[in-house]
Design a protein around this ligand. Structure first.
Ligand code: NAP
Length: 305
């Protein structure tokens, strides 16, 4: 089968699509023929070796955790899934950017009718992370919550989940994303110089909660805006969080099939939009990461083997 591989840490050029042996499912596992697999900024850090201390790579390394596809083989003792089932899910083995991937049955859910493959295949990391951030700051109808990176992969879902709880949501984003945010009931605010004042103007001065998906000073901004530390969540700036006692709930806090299944149902019913920025063939993996690394993705970039 074809699969993404890199043999050393480095830039986009170390990414290759290679012919490798198709893996075989073990007990409790199935082989999924991948229809779509989202890509993440976290995969860039791993590939560059920037997180070698926490998440070292073993070479040659595969890549990818999000996936949707069709079960083509089931190992022994598999429960709840059989050959022919359409599924979405995740693997922690850096392996979904490939034509086939082995997945534990507990990491899969059935694809709800009508959920596009691209959406199903890019929901796991961004969706469970967004879910965790909103859970962390617990916004209600009386609250105003600010979200940085509001139109990105995680932010575009976090703003919608916070709106579903009835909160007033202020989304920090560049101008081209303002119309999309407005259409989803979010108050768009431009980031950059003067952002604190623009936020105060947008909400009458009272901010109750802050979800930071970007890092780079937003935890300090939240404190400056008067948000209590336990209602600040960052998925990027752990150092700033430790300094002020803010939360760092992210993917790890909500990474399970149950949350994924809930989000998939919402998306299939049209109650949660997962914007798909662009779809690339597997062979276009370098172009896909070139686009992602520009840092202004609206929603998700997806590979289709
Ligand atoms: N801890 C965890 O569990 C976890 C899980 C998933 C992701 N992450 C991390 O969270 C971050 C976001 O992930 P993602 O997938 O949402 O990324 P993404 O889809 O690439 O989105 C990046 C966003 O950053 C925004 N942005 C660029 N410059 C900005 C600035 N100066 N101020 C505010 N926003 C700015 C962009 O907005 P515009 O397009 O509007 O400019 C874009 O929406 C990444 O660093 C990722 O590694 C952490």
């Amino acid at each position: 089968m074809k699969a993404v591989r890199f043999h050393e840490y480095g830039g986009i050029d170390v990414l290759r699509v290679e012919e490798v042996e198709r893996p075989a499912p073990g007990p409790g596992q199935v082989l999924v023929e991948v229809r779509a697999a989202g890509i993440q900024p976290g995969e860039v850090m791993i590939r560059e070796g920037a997180r070698h201390d926490r998440w070292p790579a073993r070479f040659p390394s595969g890549q990818g955790s999000d996936l949707s596809g069709v079960v083509v083989e089931a190992g022994p003792q598999v429960r709840g899934f059989s050959v022919g089932d359409e599924v979405l899910g995740f693997t922690h083995n850096r392996a979904s950017h490939a034509e086939f991937v082995v997945v534990d049955d507990v990491n899969l859910v059935s694809r709800p009718e009508g959920l596009p493959w691209e959406v199903a295949g890019s929901l796991y990391v961004a969706g469970t992370t967004a879910y965790a951030t909103v859970f962390a700051v617990d916004p209600g109808p009386a609250d105003t919550v600010v979200v940085s990176g509001a139109a990105g992969g995680v932010g575009s879902l976090a703003v919608q989940l916070a709106r579903r709880r009835g909160a007033t949501v202020i989304g920090l984003a560049s101008e081209p994303n303002h119309a999309w945010l407005k259409d989803r009931g979010v108050v768009p605010v431009r980031y950059g110089e003067g952002v604190a004042e623009r936020i105060r103007q947008a909400c009458g001065g009272n901010v109750d909660a802050f979800i930071d998906t970007f890092g780079d000073g937003y935890v300090a901004l939240a404190v400056e805006l008067g948000v209590r530390p336990e209602r600040i969540d960052t998925i990027r700036d752990w150092r700033a969080a430790a300094k002020v006692g803010a939360r760092t709930y992210g993917e790890g806090a909500a990474a399970c099939a149950v949350v994924l299944g809930e989000l998939a149902r919402l998306a299939a019913r049209g109650e949660l939009e997962v914007p798909i920025a662009r779809v690339y063939p597997l062979e276009g993996v370098r172009d896909a990461f070139r686009e992602l690394e520009r840092g202004h993705t609206h929603g998700k970039i997806v590979l289709r083997p």
